[in-house]
Design a protein around this ligand. Structure first.
Ligand code: NAI
Ligand code: MG
Length: 493
């Protein structure tokens, strides 16, 4: 009998109201892992109602900010204590390498500690007043019930980026995790109760985007949606929330440039290119999928990157010697495959990869792929593939590569490899992306704000500003003069 997971609502697991479940599979072995509740609008409404009551509950509403910080710290500790279990669950769910998950689980508690520290620093300010008898100050208030919708590629980390600041600011939350990765979020929800968060502060409704996800977006009690996922879904959510005048924080797709100049250390840059596109099998929003190499180093870079790509160890993500696991589900593998075919029909050359490797495991594996003979006009270079596919192109001048790099609908991240300090700063300033890496790629920290420019998103995650995404600002005016209030229709001399 497969284990069945209910929704997590009001501090406990509950069966779905319509009684339906769906199966979750291991993308490496194709084994069926468990069944999760298939959330309906009725389940979502029950979860939002629990969150609304928890928001009104004095046990949460009147809890001191310092205490909220303590609870977040405790939650971080509990996640750390359960790190190995969480890492394994996530590897089974989405095929990410266990060794990468162990690394992520070492950093996830730090996000909770960061927001624990911020919890009692969320504050308004006194505003200068030109009128000596008027005191004007601001206060930052929680929004109410936040809806969080998260993807499958890094479920725990990307949910943490929403959950931790929402709680630090005093909101309650309903999370709809990806249908491919339900378990770790359910486990963390359980841990929030163990950490001491009152029942109903953190709720999880599992299920499909078009069902539970859409119902969460449509729920009229929700005060905000925070979403990470595809640009198409983000755009639909933005339209729906805008029509109701509620906010959304959106972390969307990318087609990030990784630029190697003639003065770069090409060996280092090659490793940066490999990490940028092949880590997590390319299933990251920040994937450095468009690689631009100066013509004088182009051949050397191609050689180094394709040699490393060919030697990448593909296999069981549980095995610590594996370097590339499967894609997270069949459609995703098929999507990657069809993009490579599309690239070929557009005139691209498959320098390495482009195949489904033959392995003992039946899962959704795809070999690390390098495309050449490509240019910025091809769909394979313009659209997010979300797989281990690098398009490598030569360039001649800084101006030229800057124009090419910025010629994209996306603006999530960009990498620059150069030893020239002036050039590094010029590029950092002129690249249209929310995160710029120079001589490194993929660096990330709870302390550092990130924001998608252009079609890569709206709003800030991480860093001090990010908690403000989960507050509203109120301006309070107090008349400190107890004397008579002047008749407004008598002109004052
Ligand atoms: P998606 O954007 O459709 O799904 C992300 C989350 O949104 C999931 O929890 C899903 O259930 C939910 N969702 C889907 N449709 C919804 C709707 N109408 N209303 C409310 N919630 C909804 O992404 P999906 O289908 O998992 O992957 C498709 C493609 O999106 C990938 O191939 C990849 O290119 C891109 N993607 C990009 C991510 C990024 O971080 N940039 C993350 C995940 C996917
Ligand atoms: Mg989808």
């Amino acid at each position: 009998m497969l284990k069945q997971y209910g929704h997590f609502i009001n501090g406990a697991f509950v069966a779905p109201l319509e009684g339906e479940y769906f199966e979750s599979h291991n993308p490496a072995t194709l084994e069926t892992l468990y069944e999760a509740a298939r959330g309906s609008a009725a389940d979502v409404d029950a979860a939002v109602e629990a969150a609304r009551r928890a928001f009104e509950n004095p046990a949460w509403r009147r809890m001191s900010q310092t205490k909220r910080g303590h609870l977040l710290r405790r939650l971080g500790d509990l996640i750390g204590e359960n790190a190995e279990e969480l890492a394994r669950l996530e590897t089974q769910d989405n095929g990410k390498l266990l060794r990468e998950m162990r690394g992520q689980l070492a950093s996830v508690p730090e996000y909770y500690y960061y927001y624990a520290g911020l919890a009692d620093k969320i504050q308004g300010s006194q505003i200068p007043s030109n009128s000596p008898d008027l005191l004007n100050y601001t206060q930052r208030e929680p929004l109410g019930v936040v809806g969080a919708i998260t993807p499958w590629n890094s479920p725990l980390t990307l949910t943490t980026s929403k959950l931790a600041p929402a709680l630090a600011a005093g909101n309650t939350i309903v999370i709809k995790p990806s249908e491919y990765t339900s378990r770790t979020i359910l486990r963390v929800a359980e841990l929030t109760v163990e950490a001491g968060f009152p029942d109903g502060v953190v709720n999880v409704v599992t299920g499909f985007g078009a069902e539970a996800g859409a119902a969460l977006v449509a729920n009229t009690t929700i005060a905000k949606i925070s979403f990470t996922g595809s640009t198409a879904t983000g755009s639909a959510i933005a339209a729906s929330t805008a029509a109701r005048f509620i906010g959304s924080t959106l972390e969307l797709g990318g087609k990030s440039p990784n630029i190697v100049f003639e003065d770069a250390d090409v060996a280092n840059a090659s490793m940066g290119v490999v990490a940028g596109i092949f880590a997590a099998a390319g299933q990251t929003c920040i994937a450095g999928s468009r690689v631009f190499a100066h013509r004088s180093v182009y051949d050397e870079l191609l050689e180094r990157v394709s040699e490393r790509a060919k030697s990448i160890v593909i296999g069981d993500p549980m095995d610590l010697s594996t370097e590339l696991g499967p894609l997270a589900f069949a459609d995703q593998r098929d999507k990657v495959d069809s993009y490579v075919s599309l690239g070929v029909s557009e005139g691209a050359n498959v320098l390495t990869g482009g195949t489904r490797p033959k392995l003992e495991l039946p899962g959704y594996f795809y070999s690390p792929t390098v495309l050449t003979d490509v240019d910025n006009s091809m769909r394979v270079v313009r659209e997010e593939i979300f797989g281990p596919v690098a398009a490598i192109m030569p360039f001649d001048t800084e101006e030229e590569v800057l124009a090419l790099a910025n010629d994209t609908e996306y603006g999530l991240a960009a990498g620059v490899w150069t030893k020239n300090l002036s050039r590094a700063h010029r590029m950092a300033s002129r690249l249209e992306a929310g995160t710029i890496w120079v001589n490194t790629y993929r660096a990330m920290s709870p302390m550092s704000p990130r924001q998608g420019f252009k079609n890569s998103g709206v709003g800030i995650e991480h860093g001090m500003e990010s908690v403000n995404e989960y507050t509203r600002l109120k301006s309070v005016w107090i008349n400190t003069d107890e004397g008579p209030v002047a008749d407004p229709f008598v002109m004052r001399g």
